[in-house]
Ligand binder design. Structure first.
Ligand code: SF4
Length: 388
């Protein structure tokens, strides 16, 4: 097969990641269908899909300040969360019809009240936005699973009630599982094209694909991912001759300025452990016929590659990190956390010590969500890459 370099700079699918709202959301709402914004990793998207709701993962892409958010949240909180609140207070999230929060971390969990009191209660904002809250255990145990599953069952009933849905049937849930499993399979196939020796896409492009994927209906996203995969297969490999293969780990990244800074400094982000990355697509829902679809969905979410909020699951995250270092031929690991993010701060500190055994260079750094101190970060990244 003849390969040639195809630029994805103006690809319509990747461009979706540049902004919050997009034309697919407009089309969806024109048909009278509803959109539910959510924070974050442990939300059962398949359940929303089965209810004919569009799940939209809240981002703060493009926001450069947190001035309005700072009024209600002290600066000793995560600047990503403050930036999302800031955007919401400016009206960017007024298109939402529903809002779903879980206690992933204390910073994002606080959004449940703040959106209600300050965002959806603004002067001249009269739309009714339904709010939902999902509690998640902090450890992985059998009892914890039963609790989590019950929470999701109750969420199903609440969605039916608030959105006036006759029933979210088993058939609809099974169909949603199929659509989401296909979505994750396609993302994994694209990931394989990235980690190979002759990579077909950059880490920045991978991030754009993952963000766009979380912002449009999944049936449509699956068609786009198939199209992109075919383009990438035909594409000549990207030039990484003098670049170091990096694995990027840590707090949420929803801004390509950060990945571009790393890749323009002489690195290729060959893999990651991020929310808009591998953490989202490595595990599928296993369809066990003797179990209800809700139980199958809950199992995947609860037992999959975890977020550091699962306090006793660090060993499994380390195990995945080590395997991915090998699989993606990694030469250095960049651990990063947004200031005041204790969850990723603790995990990163442990990784720093544990990776010494592998004798792999590690850079552990703190940053703000928005690119405030670019020169300092760039100097540190360049020095790290030179050391490798
Ligand atoms: S980056 Fe950390 S503090 Fe911020 S939302 Fe994510 S887990 Fe919470």
């Amino acid at each position: 097969m003849r390969c040639y370099f195809i630029s994805l700079n103006s690809d319509p699918f990747l461009s979706i990641s540049n902004s919050i709202k997009n034309s697919s959301i407009d089309e969806w709402q024109k048909e009278g269908r509803k959109v539910v914004g959510f924070y974050c990793t442990y939300i059962p998207e398949e359940l929303l899909h089965a209810a004919d709701l569009l799940p939209f993962r809240i981002r703060a892409t493009g926001n450069k300040d947190t001035d309005l958010g700072d009024i209600y949240m002290v600066r000793f909180t995560c600047s990503f969360v403050r930036a999302t609140l800031d955007m919401a207070l400016k009206g960017v999230y007024d298109f939402l019809d529903g809002f779903l929060v879980c206690n992933s971390c204390d910073h994002s969990r606080r959004m449940y009240e703040l959106f209600d009191l300050k965002v959806f209660n603004r002067e001249n904002f009269h739309k009714k936005v339904h709010r939902f809250y999902l509690a998640i255990p902090h450890v992985i145990t059998n009892e914890g699973f039963e609790w989590y599953k019950t929470e999701i069952e109750e969420l199903k009933e609440e969605l039916e009630l608030k959105f006036n849905i006759k029933e979210i049937t088993k058939e609809k849930l099974k169909k949603a599982i199929e659509v989401y499993n296909e979505n994750r399979r396609l993302l994994r196939e694209i990931h394989e094209l990235r980690i190979q020796n002759n990579p077909k896409l950059t880490g920045t492009e991978a991030l754009q694909i993952n963000m766009a994927n979380s912002s449009i209906p999944k049936d449509l996203a699956n068609e786009e991912l198939k199209r992109l995969k075919n383009i990438l297969i035909q594409r000549e490999g990207i030039h990484i001759k003098d670049k170091k293969r990096i694995l990027l780990v840590g707090s949420v990244v929803d801004n390509i300025e950060f990945t571009e800074l790393i890749e323009n400094s002489g690195a290729f982000i060959a893999s990651d452990i991020l929310c808009f990355g591998t953490r989202n697509f490595m595990d599928d829902v296993q369809l066990e016929n003797n179990k209800s679809p809700i139980e199958n969905i809950s199992k995947r979410l609860y037992y999959r590659l975890s977020c550091p909020r699962m306090m006793d699951d660090h060993e499994r995250r380390l195990d995945f990190l080590k395997k991915e270092i090998k699989r993606a031929n990694i030469e250095g690991v960049i651990l990063q956390r947004i200031n005041n993010c204790d969850l990723h701060g603790c995990d990163n500190m442990l990784f720093t010590h544990e990776l010494k055994d592998l004798e792999i260079p590690v850079l552990n750094m703190d940053r703000e969500f928005y690119q405030a101190d670019t020169s300092r970060l760039q100097t540190r990244i360049e020095a790290f890459l030179e050391m490798i």
